[in-house]
Ligand binder design. Structure first.
Ligand SMILES: [Zn+2]
Length: 197
């Protein structure tokens, strides 16, 4: 008999596209968290993980390989309003960032990151959100309330969606640190871990 730890569960996304199979433990976790349904032994995700890659490709085409924060070379997808605050994987919330900026900012708000670093971003996506950050946060929360889980483009987004609809979003929402903890403060720990999925 096969070792259950090694057995894999077939996975499809909302559109029925076949994704990489996952372990039984991971499938159970997805089911418990309301992120998927099990139909005839196949795990059907309630969100669209491939949408994430599509947005990444489009943002990279638009922005090139330049970090929108520090203007150095970069290639990671950065959510200007972080996913943990309700930010979405869309062209109007995403830019390209270098790994250092992306990791050191983690889920702090754009205004906080700029206050720590002194960067002067010129990217229109960042400027538009900074122009009225509280309004952007309100819109994000309203959007979480009104859209279905099927609109989520990654597991993190889907998890935030679920926690919001279970009513524990405000309580569990990670708070940015009072002090910057980043590569800009070499004495501190390398990176923040508030967002524990
Ligand atoms: Zn950077």
């Amino acid at each position: 008999m096969n070792d259950p730890a090694l057995e894999k569960v077939p996975v499809v996304d909302l559109k029925g596209r076949v994704l990489t199979p996952c372990s039984i433990a991971k499938a159970e976790q997805n089911l418990q968290n309301g992120l998927a349904r099990l139909v005839d032994g196949v795990l059907h995700l309630n969100y669209l993980p491939l949408a994430y890659r599509k947005v990444y490709r489009m943002v990279r085409r638009r922005d090139g390989y330049v970090c929108a924060w520090c203007h150095g070379p970069g290639s990671t997808l950065e959510h200007v309003l972080p996913i943990s605050w309700g930010g979405r994987t869309t062209m109007d919330n995403c830019v390209i960032a270098c790994r250092a900026c992306n990791h050191s900012r983690n889920n702090a708000l754009p205004s906080q990151f700029l206050a720590w670093t002194g960067f002067k971003p010129t990217h229109p996506v960042i400027l538009r959100i900074l122009h009225d950050e509280p309004a952007a946060l309100r819109r994000a929360k309203k959007s979480l309330r009104n859209r279905p889980i099927q609109s989520c483009a990654s597991k993190e987004e889907a998890q935030i969606w679920v926690s919001f609809h279970q009513g524990d979003f405000d309580a569990s929402r990670p708070q940015p640190p009072e002090q910057p903890i980043s590569r800009f403060r070499p004495d501190s720990r390398p990176f923040l871990q508030f967002f524990v999925p």
